[in-house]
Design a protein. Structure first.
Length: 190
């Protein structure tokens, strides 16, 4: 096995070891078992696997909100507010780089994956509240009311919980309306 391949295996083992140290329950046990098996297969000693070497790690994100969340997690895990933006030849790749250890990189990945889903759920509730506050629904003359008159389904507990959260968010919003001239209606005079 050449040195480059050996280094890649050590890097992978470091990530698995970090997961084994930070994981919970079955995840932790599975990672530790995998770590021991790979270590034995490639005849690598624990001393060769360094978890505290700081180097640049890259993390992908999809949009501005995820980027903001990712950089906040960098700060939370490393205590440093410095990070790098990907500037390679593929301009559509959205990546941020962080100087951190293998353990910190694993921790960043775990936190980012968890909080990304939480952010998505919260944004759905926020968007519902925004729609309610700004009355972004059809009135009773709309075609949808004529087609489905009297039809209503029962909401699930999760839907009811999200509606309560949306109502809470709506209570703190301004609820502005677009100028009537923008939508072709005459302005009302006060």
């Amino acid at each position: 096995m050449d040195q480059i391949q050996h280094d890649k295996i050590k890097e992978k083992l470091a990530k698995i070891k970090a997961l084994a140290e930070r994981g919970v329950g079955g995840e932790k046990e599975t990672a530790m078992r995998m770590y021991e098996e790979l270590k034995a297969r490639y005849e690598i000693e624990d001393e060769e696997i360094t978890l505290d070497e700081v180097k640049l790690h890259w993390f992908s994100y999809k949009n501005d909100l995820e980027e903001d969340l990712l950089t906040q997690i960098f700060y939370m895990v490393t205590g440093s507010a410095s990070y790098r933006r990907y500037t390679g030849s593929y301009s559509r790749r959205k990546k941020r780089g962080c100087d951190c250890t293998e353990v910190e990189a694993t921790e960043i990945t775990l936190y980012f994956n968890f909080y990304k889903e939480e952010l998505k759920r919260e944004m759905e509730a926020f968007m519902s509240g925004f729609k309610f506050k700004n009355n972004l629904f059809p009135d009773e003359n709309a075609r949808c009311y004529q087609e489905h008159k009297g039809e209503e389904r029962e909401r699930t507990d999760e839907e009811n919980r999200m509606l309560k959260k949306a109502a809470f968010f709506a209570g703190f919003m301004d609820g502005n309306q677009p100028p009537r001239a923008l939508i072709g209606e005459p302005e009302e005079e006060d």
